[in-house]
Ligand binder design. Structure first.
Ligand SMILES: [Zn+2]
Length: 454
């Protein structure tokens, strides 16, 4: 019998981990870090202990007890969880975001991890930039055709999200089919990929869907998360750059490589050079993005940045262009700067204070889904206080990577599965549709038609 078990993603945004098992094989969809709904015990200033990340997380309940998946060398000797499962097991990664890939470093080396080729490339660049999750460096196998694990077949079906290579999955066993959305939306670049996903999985037995945007009555900062097209995002950013007589700041998520490349080009069209912290520059350079610029030695950056730049130059050849503080202070209107949000006082290096900045000059912080992500993040209020102190104006121009509630409801009705399982949201029960619904619970085993096994 085919069973479905949820090891994450219930009542939280992220942490999705869905195990589909038959007597002959097991398939685990996504392996994100657990993101608690309330308080994350591992948030700053707590630092994980190198080599103890998995053990510590399991002990305080911040990693699920998934049998036969964890790397024994990261567990206590003789731990029950370190025993392998007798069935072939494989992990499939929907996209390269921490809430989906962050725990891949805990996976047993003999369990293969499959992903879309673009996701595999991005994960390699993430490794070079030194921004991967804890544990081992996972090795990903790019999948271009469906993969068979025992009697289970898994097909990657591309979707629109906000990161290269994003996919949903169609899982087929002898008993039926399960589709998983990963994270998706229907407004980026016309939502053509997501629409293709809908067509491909129409009529599946079970649909497991993300429900991020059903979590909020009104998004935390609506202006930063509206469902905009990428060209609308760029136009708003350009407007802010035009209004700024001097320096402009930007914050975007560097793993959204396409948006980063478009911002570099748009800034250049406005006579501005976009300057990235070293780790971001390393990731983009490794992904082959043109026109990547970072700081030279005149601006002190933490070692993780300088080391990442050196690694990126070694790995992919070529050198990353640099600029110095002097050049930025001499001509602030020629630059768009992405600050290192983890190094808040480094804002004071920039011509935001002192004679380089005329009093009352408009300096925008163009927020396009970068750090700090929103009021739900621990680092948000401090950062906003710094911006206020420096008289920098927050300008929200982003666009959510997630489908609106309306688009989600339409998607479910269009797919019309036998049963829908909402996960990856604070309020899964807000998905109100005219098909049978299963709001899953931890510790339960479900059949493909949504029944709970005794
Ligand atoms: Zn997610």
């Amino acid at each position: 019998m085919t069973t479905v078990e949820f090891f994450g993603g219930i009542g939280v945004i992220g942490s999705s981990k869905i195990m589909i098992s038959t007597p002959e094989a097991r398939v685990l969809l996504d392996m994100g870090l657990d993101i608690p709904a309330e308080h994350d015990l591992f948030r700053a200033p707590v630092r994980e202990r190198p080599g103890f990340e998995l053990r510590d997380r399991l002990t305080v309940g911040f990693a699920p007890e998934i049998p036969g998946v964890y790397d024994p060398s990261q567990l206590d000797p003789g731990a029950t969880l370190s025993r392998p499962d007798h069935r072939p097991t494989a992990v499939f990664l929907s996209h390269a975001h921490l809430d989906h890939d962050g725990a891949l470093g805990f996976v047993r080396p003999d369990v293969p991890i499959y992903a879309h080729p673009d996701t595999a490339l991005l994960e390699a660049a993430i490794a070079v930039s030194g921004t991967a999750g804890p544990g081992n460096q996972p090795e990903l196998t790019p999948m271009t055709t469906p993969v068979t694990v025992g009697d289970i077949t898994v097909e990657a079906v591309p979707v629109d999200h906000d990161v290269p290579g994003a996919c949903g999955f169609l899982v087929t066993t002898r008993e039926g089919t399960l589709a998983y959305t990963g994270d998706l939306n229907f407004h980026r670049d016309g939502g053509r990929l997501s629409q293709g996903f809908v067509e491909r999985v129409r009529g599946v037995d079970m649909l497991v869907t993300e429900t991020t945007m059903l979590s909020f009555d009104v998004p935390a900062d609506a202006s930063a998360w509206e469902p905009r097209s990428e060209s609308a995002v760029l136009d708003l950013a350009a407007e802010a750059m035009t209004r700024a007589p001097g320096l402009a700041l930007v914050s975007m998520y560097v793993r959204d490589v396409d948006r980063a490349a478009r911002f570099i080009a748009r800034a250049a069209a406005h006579g501005r050079t976009l300057v990235w912290p070293g780790q971001a520059a390393a990731l983009l350079h490794n992904m082959g993005v043109e026109g990547v610029v970072t700081w030279d030695g005149s601006r002190p950056q933490t070692r993780c940045h300088t080391e990442a730049v050196a690694r990126a130059e070694t790995c992919s050849g070529g050198s990353i262009r640099t600029v110095g503080l002097e050049a930025v202070r001499d001509s602030p209107s020629s630059y768009l700067i992405q600050p290192d949000v983890s190094d808040v006082p480094s804002l004071l290096d920039l011509p935001l204070v002192g004679p380089c900045r005329l009093n009352g000059t408009f300096v925008p912080f163009i927020h396009a889904q970068g750090e700090p992500l929103g009021p739900f993040m621990a680092n948000w209020s401090t950062y906003i206080e710094w911006l206020e102190r420096l008289d920098v104006t927050f300008v929200g121009v982003g666009s959510s990577g997630h489908a609106t509630g309306e688009a989600l409801h339409k998607m479910v009705m269009d797919i019309h599965p036998g049963v829908v399982a909402p996960i990856h949201g604070f309020r899964p029960e807000a998905l109100q549709v005219d098909v049978p619904r299963l709001v899953p619970e931890y510790g339960n085993l479900y059949t493909l038609d949504g029944k709970t096994l005794p």
